[in-house]
Ligand binder design. Structure first.
Ligand SMILES: [Fe+2]
Length: 189
């Protein structure tokens, strides 16, 4: 059900952009780190939700076509392959506000916040002269949050909403940074 190898094969089939594949690994890592804190019996499931959450992002133009919302199709693809479960499908749908599916469970909330912070940390990494994630300090993530023009596409409110799970934003930033550092090579950072 949470077969990572099978998911990777599916991703190869559906996710063509390299940046989306790397983004998926990053969200997987952050979700695993959050689960260790919040739901330690389900680390594998949370990580899996992170890995597969953008499975349909290359398939549908969710920005321009309201009939092809990003999220539900990913759930469909996974279900067909007998991968994931209902809670994972819900989290995948809820991570795209446009679906109208509400953020309800802890997993929903975690994915909703983990999705934008990975891109945000990547953008911060690129500011450093060596463009290496190991050079990034957790403090600069918190600092950049206030610079609204920096990585403007990264939804500040979504990232900050992690506080609803009882994790402060600085703690979330540090945890996400550490999780991404661990797979820095895979992320090309
Ligand atoms: Fe994403």
């Amino acid at each position: 059900m949470y077969d990572r190898q099978k998911a990777l094969v599916l991703m190869e089939e559906h996710l063509k952009s390299e940046h989306l594949v790397k983004h998926s690994y990053a969200v997987e890592a952050v979700m695993a780190a959050l689960a260790k804190k919040l739901d330690p019996d389900n680390v594998e499931r949370w990580a899996f939700a992170g890995l597969v959450h953008d499975m349909d992002a290359d398939l549908v133009d969710y920005k321009n076509d309201e009939n092809h919302l990003h999220g539900p199709k990913a759930a469909e693809i996974l279900k067909e392959e007998n991968l994931g479960d209902e809670e994972i499908y819900h989290a995948i749908k809820a991570h795209n506000k446009a679906t109208g599916v509400k953020v309800e469970t802890a997993m929903d909330q975690a994915l909703y916040a983990a999705d934008p912070i990975t891109g945000f940390i990547t953008a911060i990494t690129f500011v450093y002269p060596d463009k290496k994630i190991n050079s990034v300090k957790a403090k600069s993530i918190t600092k950049r949050m206030k610079e609204t023009r920096f990585a403007a596409g990264a939804d500040r409110d979504a990232m900050r909403s992690i506080e609803k799970l009882g994790i402060s934003f600085p703690d979330f930033a540090a945890l996400s940074l550490e999780a991404m550092k661990e797979i820095g090579e895979e992320l090309g950072l």
